[in-house]
Design a protein around this ligand. Structure first.
Ligand code: ACM
Length: 529
């Protein structure tokens, strides 16, 4: 009798505070009682062709999980019905679950896609596994109205330090989409490897994409594995990944680094650096290289050629050109650079870097694209539509917003996923730092330094996975999840709903779904405050 009473209590209390374990938390959730059950007679209808791909995705999940032959076709009133509502925003949706009917409204396929992600999170976790589940598929009744707080919700993957095969990149994209992130920043070039085929410069793939060996252990240990590491994406593979991401409503932003982080380029084309006669190597040590691109006319021609091929592959509006961490030693010691500084009437090498970035900015802008770069690009004046990614804390982002530039906040102390998420003694090797899940979650993009008008320039946030110590997708997932879910929630959910204990509780309830998705997530947060 006591046990029965306890069971009843648990069931009711679960319902009373029903949070449905949704991540990111939707804007408005109105709980209800009762449930919808998937039956043999369940069918899916859509009122607009834009919803057809999402309807067939849902069909696939439901057929896989239930074993019933569920139809999905153009219709006005099916049991699960997608309808168009033009009063909603581009990414917004409503989801209404009643015992006998599920209604989804959205303006676009993107909104419908996000409704699908929410709906899946309400189903038994095993729905993600793609195989038939024994239990009946029940979905709790609820009314949801949802739209994101920020338009830019990003993750960056550094494939320069380690090449990630196409299938791994797609897996990274798959998981982003489930949590309503919409921008994949693909860091394609580094001192330690160039990863994208450029037809006009074949040595970038035959030479710049391979380094002799990689570091083992921490940087201070100075040990190497003695094994060459390389890989690159053909232009066909790039197109395939961009199209794959687009189906999941994710825009891919390519990053081509300049003028720093370019030692791999110099291994193939030394004429773009300090010394055309030097035998440069693709860098094997981690860290920042002194070997940088020189602002020669030939270098600009090269970069414009590269960017022309890159822009043809990426239909999105932004091209990321890096711009961070460019040591000025070689420019200081160069007669060419010093003469150029005088000729252009510049003050020093920092102004020379600004000249470099401004030239590239003009080129990118002239091609109808927008320039994006790390916060160092702010130093010398930019075209009005250039966007700044603030990584050295938030100061660069604040300054950029005050200068009327759009900004993505990506401060290293909150969003560098290569930092440890628990005591290093208990963790696989990482670069350093201390970034538990709760700290990621604590970031508030609405900074007090900004007026309401300036704050509108903060278009969103991004977390970055640098991969010096992360050589495969399983480890990448371990570093990314669940911390990327903090990013997902801060960027999507309202400021007012932000609540770490509640997030942690929902996340804990959501873990079976992450298990069904076979995400290699870290459990460190469970034993952290
Ligand atoms: C950076 O971490 N150098 C952008």
């Amino acid at each position: 009798m006591k046990i029965l009473a306890l069971l009843v209590f648990v069931t009711f209390s679960g319902l009373a505070q029903n949070t449905y374990n949704l991540i990111p938390l939707p804007k408005e959730v109105t709980p209800s009682t009762g449930q919808f059950t998937v039956k043999k007679s369940t069918n899916i209808g859509f009122s607009h062709a834009d919803f057809a791909p999402v309807a067939s995705l849902l069909q696939e999940y439901l057929q896989g999980a239930s074993g019933y032959p569920i139809s999905a076709k153009s219709a006005k009133s099916a049991v699960i019905q997608f309808s168009q509502n033009n009063t909603l925003g581009e990414e917004a949706y409503t989801l209404s679950i009643h015992s006998s009917k599920i209604s989804i409204q959205a303006k676009t396929g993107k909104g419908a896609f996000y409704a699908l992600q929410t709906l899946l999170q309400l189903m038994p976790a095993q729905v993600y596994a793609g195989t038939k589940i024994q239990e009946t598929i029940s979905i709790p009744n609820v009314q949801i109205k949802d739209e994101p707080r920020f338009s830019y919700r990003g993750l960056m993957l550094d494939v320069g330090r380690y090449y990630y095969p196409v299938a791994s990149v797609k897996r990274f994209i798959d998981l982003m989409a489930i949590y309503k992130m919409n921008t994949f920043h693909w860091h394609l070039t580094e001192d330690q490897g160039w990863r994208i085929e450029i037809k006009k410069y074949p040595l970038l793939t035959s030479i710049s994409s391979v380094r002799k060996q990689s570091m083992l252990g921490h940087y201070k240990d100075q040990q190497y594995d003695g094994k060459p590491h390389g890989g690159f994406y053909t232009q066909e593979e790039v197109k395939d990944i961009v199209a794959y991401a687009a189906k999941k409503y994710i825009e891919v932003i390519p990053e081509i680094e300049m003028p720093g982080h370019s030692q791999a380029v110099l291994a193939a084309y030394p004429q773009f650096g300090a010394n055309a006669d030097k035998l440069y190597q693709v860098k094997t040590k981690w860290g920042v290289s002194e070997d940088v691109l020189f602002p020669r006319e030939e270098t600009f021609t090269f970069l414009e050629d590269v960017l022309t091929e890159v822009m043809a592959l990426f239909p999105g509006q932004y091209i990321h050109i890096g711009g961070d961490e460019c040591p000025k030693t070689q420019w200081k010691e160069s007669k060419f650079c010093q003469d150029l500084i005088k000729k252009l009437g510049l003050k020093d090498e920092h102004e020379l870097q600004s000249y470099f970035i401004r030239r590239i900015d003009k080129f990118v802008t002239s091609k109808g694209k927008k320039l994006l770069g790390w916060d160092e690009i702010l130093e010398g004046g930019l075209s009005p539509n250039a966007m700044v990614m603030s990584w050295r804390g938030t100061a660069g982002g604040v300054e950029a917003a005050k200068q009327n530039h759009d900004v993505v906040m990506s401060p290293n102390s909150y969003f560098y996923l290569d930092y440890y998420q628990a005591d290093p003694k208990t963790e696989p090797i990482a670069i350093g730092g201390n970034l538990p899940l709760s700290k990621c979650y604590s970031f508030e993009p609405n900074l007090p330094e900004l007026t309401a008008e300036e704050a509108k320039h903060v278009v969103g946030i991004q977390a970055n996975l640098w991969t010096e110590y992360i050589s495969n997708i399983a480890y990448a997932e371990y570093m990314t999840y669940p911390r990327a879910l903090a990013l997902s929630e801060i960027s999507w959910s309202t400021k007012e709903s932000k609540n770490y204990p509640d997030f942690k509780k929902r996340l804990t309830g959501h873990l079976p779904a992450m298990d069904a998705l076979k995400i290699n997530y870290s459990k460190a947060f469970l034993s952290q405050p």
